[in-house]
Ligand binder design. Structure first.
Ligand code: ASP
Length: 342
């Protein structure tokens, strides 16, 4: 590292850089250069900040895996030049993008911090400035010549989270994210309090490896009382389907009716992976704890343990594109790759 850490700010879009249309009152994206003009405070930090922007910044509801690859490529091509990366992103799908990036960036040894805001940076009561300034500060933290953070994180409203543990839980409050199954990595108050024991320990000697293929032939199915056979059958018979995330009740429980179990069994025998994750905000899947989940275990349903839906989806897209045998898929899915599950 040079005397001052150098941070690359990657602007992808989102509220943080939007302005309010005076006629319609709706928010639209605007030129990133203006965004930097609005935060002269960045010059006061003990780091050098450079920025790069998507040619066409987007509302994060328009994000898709091609954009994830675009972000990964920007990081890859600047990896050796910069000491840390801060990604400005809309909050709506920030947990998806940041979870995906956590899987795509193997052997990461530098900080990658996502942030955004609920109010545009130009608004009087904006949360954007604090989020951005502290995210940059966290990305610049060094201890004994090494970066303190060596994983993909999400910073919002005074808290730093492991990105693949987060979910957007509030469309209104400044505290928009939660990480129910993993403690915060840092908290910003008068001082920056780092939760060292919970940080990802990186001992990587291998170079950064960027995985740029994601298989989107997947489905997310949330169970509900009364779900019909015809609906489920139609979903599971989707052409090209390779994997399904099944959001179940409580600790991974489902109905035990034979049409349901037989349908899942048939799907698995057809080579489609089914992953069980819970609809609950916190806690984990424990197949076999109740009779209503024992059969799932027997037919080969994979446990998503305490993963978030966002993380489960991205991990599925990532692993489906890796060259691993059908048998090792379950083992790989059920183990922690980037701290996304216990
Ligand atoms: N709709 C916006 C987006 O996700 C919301 C935000 O930035 O917070 O891009």
């Amino acid at each position: 590292m040079k005397t001052k850490p150098s941070i690359l700010l990657i602007y992808t879009g989102g509220t943080i850089g939007m302005i309010r249309d005076s006629e319609t009152g709706s928010l639209r994206v605007f030129d990133f250069k203006n965004l930097l003009d609005k935060i002269p405070e960045l010059q006061q930090l003990k780091c050098d900040v450079k920025s790069i922007s998507f040619i066409k910044p987007i509302d994060s509801s328009n994000m898709n895996p091609n954009h994830w690859i675009q972000i990964a490529e920007i990081i890859e091509s600047h990896y050796n030049i910069f000491d840390g990366f801060v990604i400005l992103h809309g909050s709506d799908t920030m947990s998806y993008t940041s979870s995906a990036l956590s899987f795509m960036l193997e052997n990461l040894a530098k900080p990658v911090i996502f942030t955004g805001s609920q109010l545009p940076i130009g608004d009087l009561r904006t949360d954007a400035k604090e989020n951005l300034i502290t995210a940059v500060e966290l990305a610049s933290l060094y201890k004994d010549g090494k970066p303190v953070i060596t994983e993909v994180c999400l910073y919002f409203e005074y808290k730093l989270y492991r990105a693949n543990r987060t979910t957007k839980i509030n469309a209104e409050n400044f505290e928009a994210f939660a990480s129910s199954n993993y403690p915060e990595l840092a908290e910003s108050g008068v001082h920056l309090k780092i939760n060292y024991p919970y940080l990802w320990k990186s001992n990587v000697t291998d170079p950064l490896k960027v995985h740029k293929t994601l298989n989107t032939n997947i489905a997310l199915i949330k169970l509900f009382p009364g779900i019909t056979e015809v609906f489920l059958k139609t979903m599971l018979n989707t052409p090209q389907l390779k994997g399904v995330i099944l959001e179940t009740f409580g600790a991974g429980n489902c109905m035990t009716e034979s049409w349901f179990i037989n349908l899942l069994k048939e799907t698995i025998l057809n080579g489609i992976h089914i992953i069980n994750i819970t609809q609950c905000i916190a806690g984990k899947v424990n197949m076999g704890q109740y009779e209503t989940s024992s059969q799932l275990k027997e037919i080969g349903v994979i446990s998503g343990k305490d993963m978030t839906t966002e993380s489960a989806i991205c991990k599925l897209m990532h692993l489906l594109s890796a060259e691993i045998s059908h048998e090792s898929f379950k083992t790989m899915y059920e183990m922690s790759l980037r701290g996304e599950l216990l």
